[in-house]
Design a protein around this ligand. Structure first.
Ligand code: EPU
Length: 428
């Protein structure tokens, strides 16, 4: 077991380069199953969710070669059996994308009910509704979802509410279906556009990604290409908030500023200076931060994946902030941990009331999920004294080399191995 030990109170300064987007990468790696030739992805983040996706492909018979740590060549032609190993599937949410890709290629898919961060109940009924619209049937047996069809026929898919995963799976299953598919009430996140761009570069015919109506004409063949994954909007936002929380001055490089607009707007609202350049943003703080209200929304609204980090920042701002996050049932589990550090936050269902306390104090805390873990790291960087963040395996799902990137910004953060109760060993 490993944890992060952070001696806080040091402003972050310097430059940080953002990695490829986790939530795009998990979709694009799964989508390589649909490609009829070898293809290469660039800017692949070195994170555990991607390692699992690649292991799933290999376990099914794909050939995967690392050109370097962020460039990967995929040849999925060797996959013969459309069955994702059970334990691998249940360890991550994005394993559900293998339902769409295997169904698209084999018209047959076996994938365990997906797992992932515990944010409350996370059903896949909308994904199955999309597959059924295309003519597929499904059954749940021994914890596995089995989807199958004689053939997939393009159709109209209407989502009952905004679903990122459902939209991605609908695209994956219909890209090679016969005829035309129209996805109504589609999600508009940047990674959905990235998936469509990737598939279109291979020869797919997908229009309207990034709007709420996506039109797809099925094609028979997808050719091999080399494609760079977009930068991670949430990783970038996390470093922007960390810079603000430590009253630092950080240039966040390799970003698409347009994707960060909702985060930038909120940072400016509370008194943070954000300068936008073509492919970078500079974040600095000069003076006190003030309260605000946030309601998480699907893109282009304020992302739920930035809520824990931003709420942590608001504990350091003057006044009372209100944060509403109703995308998932339970995205405030980290609050109990933040209270250990002196935060004054009360939660009533999906609304948190944050009284600014000005400063936090170091404490041993737990990462309750990926973004909650990032929030604990930010709290530790800003706090006086030492913070120990345990269960960092959650953080590693989505942040490439987080402690190294923070060290480069001047943070005092170390990864230590916990060998037995009360005894720790430094691991660089
Ligand atoms: N939902 C259903 N039925 C469905 C699908 C979704 O009830 O069939 C519900 C969910 O339970 C949730 C809401 O609809 O309450 C929205 O879920 P959505 O499908 O949009 O989310 P997701 O695809 O499960 C992705 C990201 C999450 C991110 C959300 C929202 C991936 C792999 N995961 O999840 O990312 O929070 O969209 O933007 O892309 C993270 O990166 O930390 C993370 C959790």
């Amino acid at each position: 077991m490993e944890k992060f030990v952070i001696n806080g109170g040091k402003p972050l300064t310097g430059e940080v380069t953002i990695s490829g987007a986790k939530n795009a990468a998990v979709a694009l790696v799964a989508a390589t199953i649909l490609c009829d030739e070898p293809c290469v992805l660039e800017n692949v983040p070195e994170i555990s969710d991607i390692t699992i996706c690649m292991k799933i492909l290999q376990a099914m018979g794909a050939d995967i070669q690392l050109v370097n740590k962020n460039v990967v060549k995929f040849d999925t032609r060797g996959i013969k059996n459309p069955h994702v190993p059970y334990e691998m599937a249940r360890s991550m949410r994005a394993s559900s994308y293998f339902l769409g890709t295997l169904l698209g290629r084999f018209h047959d898919a076996y994938v365990a009910m997906p797992g992932g961060c515990d944010l409350g109940d996370r059903p896949i009924d909308q994904h199955l509704k999309a597959f059924r619209s295309l003519g597929a049937m499904d059954e749940l047996k021994n914890g596995e979802v089995h989807c199958y069809a004689d053939q997939l026929i393009g159709s109209q898919i209407y989502f009952d509410f905004n679903t990122v995963g459902g939209t991605i799976n609908a695209i994956l299953a219909s890209v090679k279906a016969k005829g035309r598919t129209i996805i109504e009430n589609a999600a508009k996140e940047p990674h959905i556009v990235d998936l469509a761009n990737f598939l279109n570069s291979m020869g797919a015919d997908i229009r309207g990604a990034g709007t709420d109506v996506i039109k797809i004409k099925g094609v028979d063949y997808l050719k091999g290409i080399t494609y760079p994954i977009i930068p991670d909007q949430i990783e970038a936002g996390t470093y922007m908030v960390a810079a603000a929380a430590t009253k630092g001055d950080v240039l966040v490089k390799n970003v698409i500023p347009k994707h960060l607009e909702s985060i930038t707007a909120k940072l400016r609202k509370i008194g943070v200076t954000v300068e936008e350049n073509d492919e970078s943003v500079r974040v600095s703080v000069d003076g006190a931060l003030t309260k605000t209200s946030i309601k998480t929304m699907p893109h282009p609204g304020f992302p739920t994946d930035m809520q824990p980090q931003f709420s942590t920042l608001l504990t350091l701002a003057e006044g009372t902030s209100i944060v509403t996050d109703d995308i998932f049932d339970n995205r405030f589990r980290y609050v109990a941990e933040l209270r250990r550090m002196g935060a004054d936050i009360s939660v009533d269902g999906k609304v948190a009331v944050i009284e600014g306390v000005g400063k936090l104090n170091g404490a041993p805390v737990v990462a309750t999920d990926l973004r909650a873990g990032a929030a604990m790291v930010i709290a530790g960087l800003a706090a006086e004294g030492t913070t120990e963040v345990s269960d960092i395996q959650y953080i590693e799902r989505g942040y490439e080399c987080i402690e190294k990137k923070l060290q480069m910004l001047g943070a005092d953060i170390k990864r230590v191995t916990v060998t037995e109760v009360g005894s720790v060993q430094m691991s660089g």
